[in-house]
Design a protein around this ligand. Structure first.
Ligand code: OFO
Length: 176
């Protein structure tokens, strides 16, 4: 059993994870339009991962007997000038998610809600990886600057990313 206040905070964050998925899918199509097929793959995998994050919150809330509320997602941009801009926006968004996860964890500690603390631990660790990946890619993109050959090399590396389903998580979608 979780408190109504905790359920409300987790429900809000569940919607933010859905927003994350919606933010990254048009980045994939924009990268595709720019001819950056590797980045298009990277953001498609990012979208799939965010849908898993969303489903993890959904599953946890439902397993706690909560009837969830899905709020309409805001419109998101689908135009970016460069890959660097996309990754800088991605890092800023992931930093926001980290702050939200930390606040949820603090709330769970304050309420002595051990189940939610354990549930949130996975996300605390995940956010380190999310931010670190974005920082690495931004550093590489800054190194190559506007050198087309360099950008294509980074793009090729981004295309190696594959979606790995989280054990025990529901995969909501199949892409290709
Ligand atoms: Fe990108 O970690 Fe979820 O939102």
């Amino acid at each position: 059993m979780i408190s109504p206040k905790m359920a409300d905070s987790l429900n809000k964050h569940m919607n933010l994870e859905l927003f994350s998925a919606h933010l990254y899918l048009p980045m994939s199509s924009c990268a595709n339009e720019l001819g950056l097929k590797g980045a298009a793959t990277w953001f498609l995998v990012q979208y799939q991962e965010e849908m898993i994050h969303f489903m993890k919150f959904y599953r946890y809330l439902v397993d706690q007997g909560i009837n969830v509320t899905i709020t309409a997602s805001k419109a998101v941009p689908n135009k970016y000038k460069t890959l660097l801009e996309m990754f800088e926006k991605t890092l800023v968004h992931e930093q926001l998610i980290t702050t939200c996860i930390n606040e949820l964890t603090e709330q769970a500690v304050k309420e002595k809600d051990h189940a939610s603390q354990i549930f949130l631990q996975w996300f605390v660790t995940e956010q380190i990886e999310e931010e670190n990946n974005d920082r690495d890619i931004i550093a590489k993109l800054k190194l190559v600057g506007s050198n087309g050959h360099g950008v294509l090399m980074v793009d090729n590396e981004l295309g190696q990313r594959v979606f790995v389903a989280v054990p025990g998580a529901t995969v909501p979608i199949q892409v290709m």
